[in-house]
Design a protein around this ligand. Structure first.
Ligand code: NAD
Length: 496
C-alpha cells in the first residue's frame, strides 16, 4: 500500500477525503510510491480563509519577530537539508548531490529574506513644502499564491515564499503534483520554526486547483513557474481576475563558443549544463552554438566526456538520474527520433543506456546531436531532457542572431577569452540571464531571477529587490503637523 500526500492548511494536515488524487512515482524504480490528493474549489477556499485570517495578524507582527521566525526556519532547513534532499530524489529522480544543491540555493533566498527590515525601508523627504513631509512605506499584499513546477520542488517555491512571508504575507503553495512531498516537509519546518498557523499553506492538485486559485478573489498575487503555454495562460487569467502575476515560463538556453575559447573548459561546461539533473533544468544548456572552425574539436571533447557519464539511481552515486515520469521520458525519446528523421546527425544515442538501477526506471542516457538546423523541432522546442544539440555557425554575429531570433530568452552563455566580445554579447543579447564562461548563470539571491520574451510573462523577476517589490505595495504619505504659522485657505497646489 502506498502513502498518501495531502494538503497542509492552517497548521495541520487536511483531514477530509479527496474525490480525486494522482499517482506519484519513484522514477528510479518506476513504482508508484504514493498518491497525492487533488484540491477542489472548496479546499482552495478553505485554505484562502485560513490564510486571510493569518495574514491580518502576521502583517501586524513586528519586523523583529518576523525575522526571528525566518531565521529559525533557516536554521531548521539547514539542519534538515539532507532529509529534504532525500525526499526530492525519491520523487524527482535527480541525484542526491544535485537535490542538496537545490536546497542550498533555496537557503540563500531564506538568508536574503532575513534582511527584510533593510529591504522594506522607505524614503523620507523633510520639508517638501512649508511644514510638509513626504515618506513612503511598503505593505504586504495579503494572501499570495505560488504554483511551482516539478523540476525544483524545493528551490523554486523558495524563490518566492521566504520573501513573501518576510514581507508580511500569508502563502498558499501549490507544488507540482509529480513531486509533492517536499512542500509538506517544508511546511513541517515552518511549524517547527514557530510560524503561526495559516501563514504557510500547501494545497495539492492539478488544473482544477490552479484555476480555483486564479479565480479566488482572496488571493492577491500569483507567482508561477512552469512551461510557457501554461505560464501564458496563468498570466492572462490571473491578471484578468485582478491579480498581480509573475509567470516564469520555459527555456531553450544557448551556449555560444567562440574560436578563442578554452575548449576544455567549454566541453566541461557543456556536459555539466547539458546533462546535470538529466537536462530537466530551466537553465540547462540545450543548444551549443559552435563558431567554426572549432566544432569538430569541441564535439570530440564532449563525446569523450559523455562516455564517462554514469546514469542510474540518484541514491547510488550516479552522475545522472532518471527522468521524472515515463510519459516525460517517452516524450524526450520521441524528440530524439524526430531529430534523426529531420536530418540531424545523432552522435551519441542515449535511448538504451546502461544503468545502475531498476529496469523499470524512467531512463534516458545523455544524447548528442550535431548539424542541427533552426527549422528542426529539436532546435525550436524545449525538450527538457538530456539532449544537447550542436548548431554550427560561421561567425559571432550569426550566433547572436540565432539566439536573438529564438522565442525563449531565459539564460545564455558565451565562452571566450576576449573581454570585448563578452562585453558586446552582454549588451546585445536578448536574454534575461547571461553567463560569461559560466554555463548556468543563476543569479545570487540578492539579484533577481527571470528571463525575457516567452520565458517570462509579467514585469517582475523572482527574489532580490524585484521579489520584495512584487510581494509589497507602495504607499506614499504626505504629512503636515500644524504649527502656529499655518496660513489660511489656498485652493492651488503649494508653490513653495
Ligand atoms: P508545467 O507547466 O507542466 O506545470 C507547472 C505547474 O502548472 C504545476 O504546478 C502544474 O500542476 C500546473 N499545471 C500543469 N498543467 C496545467 C494546466 N493545464 N492548467 C493549469 N495549471 C497547470 O511545468 P512542469 O513540467 O512541471 O515543469 C517544467 C517546465 O517548467 C519547463 O518548461 C521549464 O522550463 C519550466 N521552468 C521554468 C523556470 C524558469 O525560471 N523560467 C524554472 C523551472 C522550470
Amino acid at each position: 500500500m502506498s502513502n498518501n500526500v495531502t494538503h497542509y492548511i492552517n497548521g495541520k494536515s487536511w483531514s477530509g477525503t479527496a474525490a480525486r488524487s494522482g499517482e506519484v512515482f519513484n522514477p528510479a524504480t518506476g513504482e508508484v510510491s504514493s498518491h497525492v490528493d487533488f484540491a477542489t474549489v472548496e479546499v482552495i477556499d478553505e485554505a484562502v480563509k485560513a490564510a486571510s485570517l493569518a495574514a491580518i495578524e502576521w502583517q501586524k507582527t513586528s519586523l523583529t519577530k518576523r525575522v526571528q521566525t525566518i531565521f529559525a526556519f533557516r536554521e531548521i532547513l539547514n539542519t534538515r537539508k539532507e532529509e529534504l534532499a532525500a525526499v526530492i530524489t525519491a520523487e524527482h529522480g535527480k541525484v542526491l548531490s544535485d537535490a542538496l544543491g537545490e536546497v542550498t540555493r533555496g537557503l540563500e533566498v531564506v538568508e536574503f529574506a532575513c534582511g527584510i527590515p533593510h529591504l522594506l525601508k522607505g524614503g523620507y523627504s523633510e520639508g517638501v513644502s512649508n511644514g510638509i513631509d513626504v515618506y513612503s512605506i511598503r505593505q504586504p499584499l495579503g494572501v499570495v499564491g505560488i504554483i511551482s513546477p516539478f523540476n525544483f520542488p524545493a528551490m523554486v517555491p523558495m524563490w518566492f515564499f521566504p520573501v513573501a512571508i518576510a514581507a508580511g504575507n500569508a502563502v498558499i503553495l501549490k507544488p507540482s503534483e509529480k513531486d509533492p512531498s517536499a512542500a509538506n516537509l517544508i511546511a513541517q519546518m515552518w511549524e517547527q520554526a514557530g510560524l503561526p498557523a495559516g501563514v504557510f499553506n500547501v494545497v495539492h492538485g492539478d488544473k482544477v486547483a490552479v484555476d480555483a486559485m486564479l479565480e479566488h478573489p482572496g488571493i492577491k498575487s500569483i507567482s508561477f513557474v512552469g512551461s510557457t503555454p501554461i505560464a501564458r495562460y496563468i498570466y492572462e487569467t490571473g491578471t484578468k481576475n485582478g491579480k498581480r502575476v509573475q509567470a516564469l515560463g520555459g527555456a531553450k538556453n544557448h551556449m555560444l563558443v567562440l574560436p578563442d575559447a578554452d575548449l576544455e573548459l567549454a566541453a566541461d561546461a557543456a556536459i555539466n549544463a547539458g546533462f546535470g539533473s538529466a537536462g530537466e533544468r530551466c537553465m540547462a544548456i540545450s543548444v551549443l552554438v559552435a563558431v567554426e572552425p572549432i566544432a569538430d574539436a569541441l564535439i570530440e571533447k564532449i563525446k569523450t566526456r559523455m562516455a564517462n557519464l554514469s546514469t542510474g539511481d540518484g541514491t547510488k552515486g550516479s552522475d545522472m538520474g532518471p527522468l521524472v515520469t515515463r510519459v516525460h521520458r517517452d516524450k524526450v525519446a520521441g524528440y530524439v527520433e524526430a531529430g534523426v528523421k529531420e536530418g540531424a546527425k545523432l552522435v551519441v544515442d542515449g535511448r538504451n543506456p546502461t544503468v545502475n538501477g531498476a529496469s523499470n526506471g524512467f531512463w534516458l542516457g545523455p544524447t548528442l546531436f550535431d548539424e542541427v538546423k533552426p527549422n528542426m523541432s529539436i532546435y525550436a522546442d524545449e525538450i527538457f531532457g538530456p539532449v544537447l544539440s550542436v548548431v554550427r555557425v560561421n561567425s559571432y554575429d550569426e550566433g547572436v542572431k540565432l539566439i536573438n531570433d529564438h522565442p525563449y530568452g531565459n539564460g545564455t552563455a558565451i565562452f571566450t577569452n576576449d573581454g570585448g566580445a563578452a562585453r558586446q554579447f552582454q549588451n546585445e543579447i536578448q536574454v534575461g540571464m547571461i553567463g560569461i564562461n559560466v554555463p548556468i548563470p543563476v543569479p545570487a539571491a540578492y539579484y533577481s531571477f527571470g528571463g525575457w520574451k516567452s520565458s517570462l510573462f509579467g514585469d517582475t523577476h523572482a527574489h532580490g529587490t524585484e521579489g520584495v517589490h512584487f510581494f509589497t505595495r507602495g504607499k506614499v504619505v504626505t504629512s503636515r503637523w500644524l504649527d502656529p504659522s499655518h496660513g489660511g485657505i489656498n485652493l492651488g497646489f503649494p508653490q513653495n
